[in-house]
Design a protein around this ligand. Sequence first.
Ligand SMILES: NC(=O)c1ccc[n+]([C@@H]2O[C@H](COP(=O)([O-])OP(=O)(O)OC[C@H]3O[C@@H](n4cnc5c(N)ncnc54)[C@H](O)[C@@H]3O)[C@@H](O)[C@H]2O)c1
Ligand SMILES: [Zn+2]
Length: 384
Amino acid sequence: MIRDSASSSAEDEPETTITVALGERSYPIVIGEDLISATGRWISATVPNARCAIVSDKTVAALHLAPLKASLDEAKLYLGEAIVTPGEASKSFPVLATLSERLLELGVERGDCVVAFGGGVVGDLAGFAASILRRGVRLVQIPTTLLAQVDSSVGGKTGIDMPQGKNLIGAFYQPALVLADTNVLDTLTPRDFRCGYAEVAKYGLLGDAEFFAWLEQDWSDIFTGLGGARRRAIETSCRAKGAVVAEDEREESGARALLNLGHTFGHALEAYAGYSDRLLHGEAIAIGMRLAFTFSFEQGLCPADDAARVKRHFEAVGLPTKIADLLGEIPTAEQLLRLMAQDKKVKGGKLVLILVRGVGAAFVEPDIDPARLTQFLEKECKGR
Ligand SMILES: NC(=O)c1ccc[n+]([C@@H]2O[C@H](COP(=O)([O-])OP(=O)(O)OC[C@H]3O[C@@H](n4cnc5c(N)ncnc54)[C@H](O)[C@@H]3O)[C@@H](O)[C@H]2O)c1
Ligand SMILES: [Zn+2]
């Protein structure tokens, strides 16, 4: 990771630029207000002469497409747009096929670029389309959800879902540029904003105690967009994710593993709830992170106060913290354990979990004692 320009201490700078250091494939993440209306300028500077096809979803297009289109038009880079239906169902082969046809119709050539303008769904789908179109055209990510700005647009994972599971077909494909416009988040639903925030808090909980302490104090400014809080939160998160990606681009060395804090519990809960509105990803991992902290405390690994802080903070923000917070029927410990065993974090029959020694101190525990975990989950599923 390279620190390029402004940092949180220089909020008077118009934007902050971070570089994800990947040799020839290094790319800048630019974070600031009203960046969308300057897209043409940023693309001309980063990928000169690339014409742009925008991929977005109906909701984002209705709210924010006009200034993006105008900026690309002004720079004489605008080819057209492809708009998909919002929601996870668009990460599918049929939608990928229609989208690819549309991109070819728009005349996207080898030197041109696909602009993914939306949340994680659009980023994953459009990113994968860019990776296979004409054996790879350039990709610019303009993430419009908090989750996409701090997580999915950085790191180069792209793909679609299959009946057998999520994200099973895809490619590692790094963008040429990421533009994170902090104002675009103003139109997110509070629920979607909170879900992205759970990933922001994750970076503090896994490796940056000072950041988490700041979040505990100033979180509401991130939600309202007051001062430079939103930019600082996104910047810190992108630096953390970018550093891990630079170290372990293709998830080979294990350095990316800590990013899964709360995710093995969370994925099991999401699967139990049928990947539905009953429990969104950010909500599932908020519960998952609280479980990881409480389990660590009960194993004598983490101070009680640190576990209590996590619960207190998520409650303050309005995120769920208990399995019992799930609307409707609640899983049994046995059901959850079975779902956890299906998660990709199981190696050679052993369950790997990310545990903590405290706030900001996560580590990989490669061999969880199933009896202890069962005992723990039995208490949790009874609704404590
Ligand atoms: N590639 C990765 O590394 C990675 C990492 C994490 C998650 N993901 C993927 O990301 C997806 C989830 O992303 P998401 O939470 O952004 O979901 P999403 O893309 O479905 O967006 C959530 C909702 O917000 C709407 N929306 C987007 N921007 C908006 C805005 N500015 N104002 C108002 N509404 C807006 C969308 O239309 C959608 O209805 C999942 O498919 C997940 O697998 C990928
Ligand atoms: Zn996540």
